[in-house]
Structure formats: C-alpha cells, structure tokens
Design a protein around this ligand. Structure first.
Ligand code: CA
Length: 259
C-alpha cells in the first residue's frame, strides 16, 4: 500500500518502515490479501499508516483513500469485503458516505472510526446503519477483532456450498448443478455465477460485477458482462425452466425468482 504520505515521509522513517515491512513479510506465513479486501477511508496519514500496516500484517489487503468522495465512489464500485470509515473527511463526510453505502450495498460491513465519542454521534451513526464503531484512539488488536467479527458474519452465510433457485455451487470442487443436472462452466462463468449467487435476490450493477469478476477497469462501454450473462443463461436454463437471472433495466442483473 502506498500513500502520498509514504512519499512525503523523511528518509530515516521510511527506512525504518521498509525494514519493518520486510520483517513482517519474511516472518508471516499469511498470504497477502487472503484474509479479505478492505477499503480504508481516512484522511489522517498517521492513522492510515497505522491501520494499513496493522491490517496488512494480519493478511488483509488494504486500499486506502484520503478523501470521502473518492472513497464513496470506490466503495460503491464493489469488490471490498468491508469498509473502515473515518467520519471527519474532506470531499464528503463519513456519515454521507455511510448513508450511500448502506442504500446501495446493505450487506457490506462498515466499521466507523471516530474521534467523537459523544453518545449522540454514536446513535446518529447507528441509525444511518453503521455496523460497528471504534473511538479514537483505538488499538490495532481492537480494530482487527472488529474487522474479523464483521467478516465472520458474512462467512457464516457463505459456506463451501451456495444454493439458490435450484442452482447448487460447490466452491471447493467448483462443480455446478441446476435442478440436479451437472452444468459445465468456464472459469469466468463460474466466477460470475458465484458473484450473483452471493448477492441472491439483490440487484447488482454491471460495474460491481466487472470489478468483482474481471477485477480491473474496463471501457465503460464494454458489454462483456451482458455477453457472459448470456452464456450463463444458456448453460443454466432448460426449455421449460429458464435460468433465474433477470435483467434490471439500466442497472444490471438480479439472480432470484421472477418478479
Ligand atoms: Ca478525519
């Protein structure tokens, strides 16, 4: 993870930091990013450093942004397992970011960092849908525990098998069945189906699908999602039993019962 702050840092401190990172990397057997992908929206460089390094040492992949508006855009684009959000931010306030993330992605865990310990603020935050709170200053252990707890809630829902609408996906063997009939999928088709199954019943945008399944930015005019949804529908559907993947006009797709 690199921030503007890293580049601004004086050489002595940077050398110490590099040394620490090497130590962490050589000593840690955890695969980078294996624990989950986190978005950190925080404008205080010291906290960005502290949080990023701490979470990366625990196996998380951390993307840090210093501005509320940029953070909001990234969060809504999808592809993160949780968001760690400061409240006092330039660009757009943490509360505004929280409100729009809650509306668009109700199941995405958000852990709010706040310097304001006042009870009214906590209540206001909870009403806006914050799932958890940490009051500054907090310890790394506390933050890691909160992030793990939030991801565990999600993990309980996603066991090694996903089932919805007569579709069964075994995440370990990567075998797929529809109404008991085996369905052979390409790697990309499998990832797309898994993403739709994890968001069963929800409308997911093309952008969210693109960044989660393809993982990098495409030409916004690309129709690759529509093309692959077409492949999936053909493979999952039967003449008397069409695939339960519905087009939501101007937005994206929804896997679920017809509405
Ligand atoms: Ca701040």
């Amino acid at each position: 993870m690199a921030t503007d702050h890293d580049r601004d840092r004086d050489n002595g401190e940077a050398a110490t930091l590099a040394q620490e990172r090497r130590t962490e990397e050589s000593g840690g057997e955890r695969e980078r990013g294996a624990a989950g992908r986190l978005l950190l929206i925080e404008d205080e460089p010291g906290i960005v450093d502290f949080v990023s390094r701490g979470l990366e040492a625990e196996g998380f992949e951390v993307e840090a942004v210093l501005d509320g508006a940029v953070g909001e855009r990234l969060a809504l684009r999808g592809g993160f397992d949780a968001v760690v959000l400061d409240l006092m931010l330039p660009g757009r306030s943490g509360m505004e970011v929280l409100a729009s993330v809650r509306t668009a992605m109700p199941s995405l865990p958000v852990i709010v960092l706040t310097a304001r310990a006042e009870i009214e603020d906590r209540v206001a935050g909870l009403e806006a849908g914050a799932v958890d709170y940490l009051v500054k200053p907090f310890s790394m252990a506390e933050l890691v525990a909160r992030v793990r707890a939030q991801l565990r809630v999600i993990a309980q829902v996603s066991t090694s098998t996903l089932e919805a609408e007569g579709i069964e996906v075994d995440l370990l063997t990567r075998k797929v069945k529809r109404s008991g009939r085996p369905v052979l999928l390409s790697t990309t088709e499998f990832e797309l189906l898994t993403f739709l199954m994890r968001h069963h019943g929800q409308v997911v945008s093309r952008e969210a699908i693109l960044s989660s399944v393809w993982g990098y930015e495409h030409d916004p005019a690309t129709n690759v999602v529509d093309v692959y949804v077409g492949y999936l529908r053909r493979k999952l559907g039967a003449p008397d039993d069409p695939a339960p993947i519905h087009t939501v006009r101007a937005v994206g797709y929804r896997l679920g019962a017809a509405s």
